[in-house]
Design a protein around this ligand. Structure first.
Ligand code: MG
Length: 383
């Protein structure tokens, strides 16, 4: 019966029945599709719950109204589902990839990733996107007959957004497309763009709210200025944050409408009939028109130099370095500081020379506040 759910999808959408399946064979679900099952497993994972207390741009204790990794993830899922439905793609697969795309993020956002990568430089490094895959393939520990969530190939492949050729070789089938120069599904391509639409726009709102960027600066951006002009023409007396919110709404609409129009054109021009055509295409199918691509790039550059490199945001880097570097060396010196059940679960890895990776996984899984607490606990006791 569940196959009916996917009857209305476009011919090039990825359907559950065409999935390459799961690593460990399981019974076919009766009431839902395989990709629905993936989505639901992700929501029930511990890594998903922990996103609530992980930094997006602003650390959790800076205030309750900013985005967290979790609310960012939900916004990505919302935008990508809407776009997916408009393109008649598989909404369930799109949503599953969206909900899992950031599961591998460390505490303290990108600063946390960079320092953990430095700690791991002689032991294979650390990259949050590859870690997202690792979380769902190996680290989630709740099912009786396998480690990880045993998700469908297409969901796992969709999560792996970028990857070097050397790294791809270690990842097996799921990294194959980076070696063969093939494309991921339209659903995966769409999620990547919607991730960007989500964070560019919510970072404008959060940045202004936190008084790190100002409307006068934003007005220098054509994409912002033009949409704000439309807002103020309709509501001449509008003031304060409502101007920002209404303008951001229009920007998101502009981006999504362009994305859908341009992607549909690409589908026709590239003669895409089925999901194999997508895979064999020489370039991405889902994307903005050249004009919008340029405007969006300006917005990204603006946020990079004015928000992500803002001295107050950079300050978090020092905290991340202090906490993560010290936790890493503390665990290296005395692994018993890590809870025993985690050690037992990883005993084989520890005893076969992968102690650093086990510690890295443990730290990467922490929320901001847990990392901070652990640090205080270990280092206060010592002093
Ligand atoms: Mg993201």
């Amino acid at each position: 019966m569940h196959n009916n759910i996917e009857n209305n999808l476009a011919s090039y959408a990825l359907k559950s029945k065409d999935s390459k399946g799961r690593e460990y064979k399981e019974e076919i679900p009766k009431l839902r599709t395989e990709f629905q099952r993936d989505r639901e497993r992700i929501i029930h994972s511990t890594a998903f719950r922990r996103l609530e207390y992980k930094t997006q741009v602003f650390v959790n204790h800076e205030g309750d109204m900013y985005r967290t990794r979790l609310t960012h993830t939900i916004e990505v899922a919302q935008i990508s589902r809407a776009a997916s439905r408009a393109l008649m793609l598989n909404e369930d697969l799109t949503e599953a990839i969206s909900l899992a795309h950031d599961l591998g993020h460390t505490p303290f956002g990108h600063a946390g990733q960079d320092i953990l990568n430095k700690c791991m430089k002689d032991f294979g490094g650390f990259e949050h996107n590859i870690q997202s895959l690792r979380v769902i393939e190996k680290l989630e520990n709740k099912y009786a007959s396998f480690s990880g969530l045993n998700l469908c190939f297409e969901t796992r492949e969709g999560i792996l957004k970028k990857c070097s050729k050397t790294r791809a070789k270690d990842l097996g089938e799921v990294g194959r497309r980076f070696i063969d120069k093939k494309q991921s599904s339209l659903e995966a391509q769409l999620t990547n763009v919607c991730d960007e639409i989500a964070y560019n726009n919510h970072d404008i709102q959060d940045g202004v709210k936190a008084k790190k960027i100002f409307i006068e600066q934003l007005e220098t951006l054509p994409i912002f200025f033009n949409q704000m002009k439309i807002v103020l023409k309709k509501y001449p007396k509008l003031s304060g944050s409502k101007i920002i919110n209404e303008t951001v709404r229009l920007i998101i609409n502009l981006l999504i409408n362009d994305l859908i129009r341009n992607s549909n054109e690409n589908i026709i021009n590239k003669k895409i009939i089925n999901s194999d055509d997508v895979r064999n295409c020489d370039s991405l199918v889902i994307g903005f028109s050249d004009e919008i691509k340029m405007l969006n790039m300006e917005l990204k550059r603006f946020l990079y130099s004015n928000l992500y490199k803002h001295p107050d945001v950079i300050k978090m880097t020092d905290q991340a370095n202090l906490v993560i570097e010290n936790l890493f060396s503390a665990y290296m010196n005395d692994i018993k500081l890590i809870p025993n059940d985690y050690i037992q679960y990883n005993l084989l890895k520890i005893n076969s020379g992968f102690k650093e990776r086990v510690i890295c996984d443990y730290i990467a899984g922490m929320t901001d506040r847990f990392a901070q607490l652990e640090y205080t606990k270990i280092f206060n006791e010592r002093s």
